[in-house]
Ligand binder design. Structure first.
Ligand code: FES
Length: 275
């Protein structure tokens, strides 16, 4: 059993939890994820690690309530226990001194971007952060991102905070201003349409772009095939080959189709859920 040590509510649908998981914290690297289960009959949900503290033996997760399980998780409090908390899973982010790197976090995707941006800055990169959300109310961790990045740009879809626009608008402006030859890489994490839109922008300029994919998962160890995705025309497994891939090679249309496979079941589960 894994104890929830802290809980923070960023908005009615976005929450942060600090989980006591010393063995995961000891080994995890930026870019990796965990799979958790609330109880014996629970669905397994993969969540990218948002932060970790090796000394305290804790892992931080940030999640958005989108279905039955995340709603159930949202109703849990500090002092409660999770049944399973398996990890670290997946291949860590490739960290080295690339030069200037743009890290884009959209919505709850800001959370997994944070430890990668921090590690890239520690490795000597000039890290330009872009964080965006639909509204001011859904924004979180601006302070942490400011520390993790060399410079930070903030945008909201509705203009309720800082500037109005999408992360792709800011991304395009920065590439134009600084010159595509001066950007070594873009990392984009967030909702699939946002990652796809970022890839469309960077493809135009020929700037390498890494995305972190959120696929349906069961075992998380490459055995069930549930998380398969096509990258560069080849079948890859998000849980072991990823979650990070070259965004210009990802078949986003197939990923979206596969992600919708259980929509009817998810809907039914939500309708029967009371918490
Ligand atoms: Fe089963 Fe990836 S979750 S192969």
């Amino acid at each position: 059993m894994f104890k929830i040590l802290e809980k923070r509510v960023f908005s009615p649908i976005i929450k942060e939890m600090v989980i006591e998981a010393p063995r995961v914290a000891k080994k995890c690297q930026p870019g990796q994820f965990v799979i958790l289960r609330i109880d014996d009959a629970g669905e397994r949900i993969p969540l990218t690690i948002a932060d970790f503290d090796r000394e305290k033996g804790t892992i931080t997760i940030v999640y958005q309530e989108v279905g039955k399980t995340t709603k159930q998780l949202g109703a849990m409090e500090a002092g409660d226990y999770l049944k399973d908390f398996v990890g670290p899973l997946g291949t860590p982010s490739h960290i080295e001194n690339f030069g200037t790197v743009i890290c884009v976090g959209g919505g709850v995707g800001v959370a997994p971007v944070f430890p990668i941006a921090r590690a890239l800055k520690e490795a000597g990169n000039h890290v330009i952060g872009i964080m965006g959300s639909r509204t001011k109310e859904l924004m979180f961790w601006e302070d942490k991102m400011r520390e993790a990045c060399t410079e930070l740009f903030v945008t909201t879809d509705d203009g309720s905070y800082v500037r109005k626009g999408f992360v792709t608008d800011v991304l395009k402006e920065i590439i134009e201003e600084r010159g595509k030859e001066n950007i070594a890489m873009v990392l984009a994490i967030g909702p699939q349409p946002m990652m796809r839109a970022c890839c469309n922008v960077t493809k135009e300029y020929g700037v390498k772009t890494i995305v972190s994919l959120n696929a349906l998962m069961v075992d998380g160890t490459g055995m069930c095939g549930c998380c398969r995705v096509t990258v560069g025309g080849k079948t890859r497994f998000v849980c072991v080959d990823g979650p990070e891939f070259d965004g210009h090679e990802v078949d986003f249309a197939e990923l979206a189709r596969r992600g919708a496979t259980f929509r009817a079941e998810e809907q039914r589960a939500m309708e029967h859920h009371t918490c």
